[in-house]
Design a protein around this ligand. Structure first.
Ligand SMILES: *Cc1c(COP(=O)(O)O)cnc(C)c1O
Length: 388
């Protein structure tokens, strides 16, 4: 039996009759960029995240750039983040000529380790006139950018308390985590830091029919600044107080997303059920030391954007499953501090052992909500067969 890593056609078939008239309606109105459909989706998104505001934009990557600009990260300013994430997290920092500073991850949650953050700031940070500098480089430390990887929030209780101690704004990369809830703070992703960043790339838990993104915030001034930045920094029509860029959400995407948002919690429940099914099967198979299932730490509400196993002989397992037509993927094979484009930052292999280990030992399995029991059983059987 072949099992795809993801099959979006099933979801589309179920929603076709609801989505297609809405698309036709927008075509009839010929109002494609921003406008009432986008405003309506922004309101629903804010409500869903529990924030006062949400602002649509063109992608999750752009959301990160806009958020960093809105907290005044500029050229040569350092942003503290994780090396184990999708490229866009650090790419966004570098695109505005700011400097990514990587800190290692927690090996269980795969998220930024707050102890590394605490240690880094207590060794390197120096506060002068209310501004935090890295005393080794002389650069300002402008933001902390934790990622809620795979669908579970980073340890925001600790990260926020460290950030507050130093007065550094926190931007959440929630691209993989819309709807996830932090177990300690009982708040949703995007409602804990200064700004939350979401991606609606089709394969994310809430996926558009193309690229799309959004930002969430409780700060009205920030929301207004984000709306200006996504329109070339316009203050009023054709008047620019700062330089932004074009990053708007289309009405077609907003309309599709607003329909899908109603079903998101149901899909999440399906993903959680699938994860529990896999967990039980793998844990009962007695694979200690060979295979470790994902853990929701801090009683987090994990939305399983990805289901990640840590396994022995990962590359051989991947080859074996691909041969059989069992979908799987490696997120992410090269940690960001070892990417060629970041050579100039001066990191070396061995700098972040947990991130490097995760990159070498993890594999993502099919987890989409519509998976059948037969499909899950096939995935489990082939993996257990490989180790027998
Ligand atoms: C997908 C993703 C992004 C980028 O989102 P796009 O919409 O593809 O630009 C950023 N960060 C993380 C962690 C992601 O998974």
């Amino acid at each position: 039996m072949q099992v795809p890593l993801l099959d979006l056609k099933i979801q589309y078939r179920a929603l076709k009759d609801e989505i297609e008239p809405k698309i036709k309606d927008i075509c009839d109105r010929q109002y494609f960029v921003l406008g009432p459909d986008v405003v309506s989706f922004e309101e629903k998104t804010a409500e869903y995240c529990g924030t006062a505001h949400a602002v649509g934009c063109a992608s999750g990557s752009d959301a990160l750039v806009l958020a960093l600009m809105a907290v005044d990260v500029t050229r040569d300013v350092e942003v503290l983040t994780t090396p184990y994430t999708f490229f866009a997290t650090a790419g966004a920092i570098a695109r505005i000529c700011a400097v990514p500073v990587f800190l290692d991850i927690d090996p269980v949650s795969y998220n930024l380790d707050p102890e590394r953050l605490r240690a880094f700031l207590s060794e390197s940070a120096e506060k002068r006139d209310g501004v935090v500098y890295n005393q080794r480089t002389g650069r300002r430390i402008g933001a902390i950018l934790p990622v809620h990887l795979y669908g579970q929030t980073a340890d925001m209780k600790q990260i926020l308390s460290i950030a507050e101690e130093y007065g550094i704004p926190v931007v959440e990369d929630a691209a993989q985590s819309i709807g996830s809830m932090d177990g300690n703070l009982k708040k949703k992703a995007g409602n804990m830091g200064k700004i939350g960043c979401f991606s609606f790339f089709p394969s994310k838990n809430l996926g558009a029919f193309g690229d799309g993104g959004a930002l969430s915030t409780n700060d009205e001034n920030i929301a207004n600044r984000l709306k200006s930045l996504r329109m070339h920094g316009e203050s009023t029509r054709y008047h620019h107080n700062e330089v932004g860029f074009n990053s708007r959400l289309d009405a077609l995407q907003a309309a599709v997303l607003e329909i899908k948002l109603k079903y998101l919690d149901g899909w999440t429940a399906g993903r959680q059920k699938n994860a529990a099914y896999y967990n039980e099967a793998f844990e009962n198979a007695g694979c200690d030391g060979i295979l470790a299932t994902p853990k929701a730490v801090n009683e987090n509400h994990h939305i399983y954007n990805q289901y990640i196993l840590r396994v022995k002989d990962r590359d051989k397992l991947v080859d074996y499953l691909r041969e059989l037509g069992i979908g799987c993927a490696i997120y992410y094979p090269v940690p960001l501090h070892l990417q060629k484009c970041f050579e100039y930052l001066g990191y070396r292999e061995g700098d972040f052992p947990e991130a490097e280990k995760a990159a070498n030992e993890t594999i993502a399995l099919p987890i989409y909500p519509e998976l059948t029991t037969e499909q899950k059983d096939a995935v489990i059987k082939e993996i257990l067969d490989f180790y027998r």
